[in-house]
Design a protein around this ligand. Sequence first.
Ligand code: 5GP
Ligand code: ZN
Length: 111
Amino acid sequence: MDCLFCKIAAGEIPSKKVYEDEVAFAFLDISPWQEGHTLVVPKRHIADVLADDDVLAEIAPAVARVGRLLIDKLGADACNVVSNAGAASGQEVFHAHVHVLPRWASNPGVG
Ligand code: 5GP
Ligand code: ZN
């Protein structure tokens, strides 16, 4: 399958890995909205997080671990956890992914 995030999750395209388990792979976003911006993807191909009943639950442990890891390692105070599902939501890569964005109280930024 010619899918960018399938290839990243399989290690066929290089990425900066943040976390991996049996079902999920997490890596730094190539155009980060802020430091530590990480994408968590299922290893199996599925178009978005609403495409079946199971995908969100499958990657939920990885999302939680990545969020805690970013808070620990980067000294962040919080995280935004967000997923675009469908083109009109802003989704550009059609392999499900969750954005995990560390946030600092001292630099609230936008959103
Ligand atoms: P979306 O808009 O689909 O929710 O988010 C897709 C994200 O994938 C964007 O934030 C974009 O920067 C990121 N992205 C696109 N291509 C690559 C890539 O080749 N490598 C990495 N690490 N991130 C990518
Ligand atoms: Zn894919």
